[in-house]
Design a protein around this ligand. Structure first.
Ligand code: HEC
Length: 206
């Protein structure tokens, strides 16, 4: 009979004995300590604090809800702080106003308004003959209720245009002209002088 199977069995047993022996000896040399708490504890309270310091501040990336069209932001950036009470009345500023310069300033309006004598409406109402018009009454344009109400007690005279174009949102709250305003008093005077010229019979100067 062959001794071969016994030899193999003997080798396997010998390896097992040696392995147990090594395990036993190493346990004596390197004492194992049980952990007091399990590893990988995720502290849910600590986690947000870490995230907050690493993530960019949300306020820094949030878009400004008050910045409407690109033109408006551009205007606001180019213009200095809003007009104070020391601004000369529009009647005085109109005397020195430059219609050609006003036409240049009016380029920011053409995204939404037509100045043509056809009176065509775009995003905003046609502005031909706007001086001394009742607000919210241009034919064929769907105004906001705020503008229609404003028209019940106002007229687009020079002073009212001056205030409105400084900051459309403040003068007529709830109106839908998404435009930051023309902040420089002399730019506004030039612009209003240009608006005045958009008529077959321009209104008299104040
Ligand atoms: C982003 C578009 C937009 C821009 C830019 C814009 N407007 Fe307007 N505008 C409007 C809209 C829309 C209305 C109507 C508001 C309403 O019904 O509440 C309006 C209304 C007006 C009115 C009142 C007209 C009326 O019939 O009662 C005047 C005046 C006016 N805009 C002047 C200007 C001038 C001047 C500029 C440029 C300096 C300008 N707007 C730039 C959209 C715009």
């Amino acid at each position: 009979m062959s001794l071969q199977p016994n030899k193999i069995l003997g080798a396997v047993l010998a390896v097992a004995v040696v392995a147990f022996a090594i395990d036993f000896v190493s346990d004596q040399i390197f004492a194992k300590q049980d952990l007091k708490t399990p590893g990988y504890v995720v502290d849910m309270n600590a986690a947000p604090a870490v995230a907050a310091t690493e993530a960019p501040a949300p306020a820094a990336v949030a878009p400004d809800p008050n910045a409407p069209a690109a033109v408006a932001t551009q205007q606001a950036a180019a213009a200095p702080a809003a007009a104070g009470s020391d601004v000369a009345p529009i009647a005085d500023r109109l005397k020195a106003a430059d219609v050609a310069a006003g036409e240049k300033t009016s380029k920011v309006c053409t995204a939404c308004h037509s100045f043509a004598d056809s009176g065509a409406n775009k995003v905003g109402p046609g502005l031909w003959e706007v001086v001394n018009r009742k607000p919210g009454t241009h034919e064929g344009f769907k105004y906001s209720p705020a503008m229609v109400t404003f028209g019940e007690t106002h007229t687009w005279d020079y002073a009212t245009l001056d205030i409105y174009l400084t900051n459309p949102k403040t003068e007529v709250p709830g109106n839908k002209m998404a435009f930051a305003g023309v902040k420089k008093p002399e730019d506004r005077a030039n612009l209003i002088a240009y608006l005045r010229s958009l008529s077959a019979n321009p209104a008299p100067l104040p």
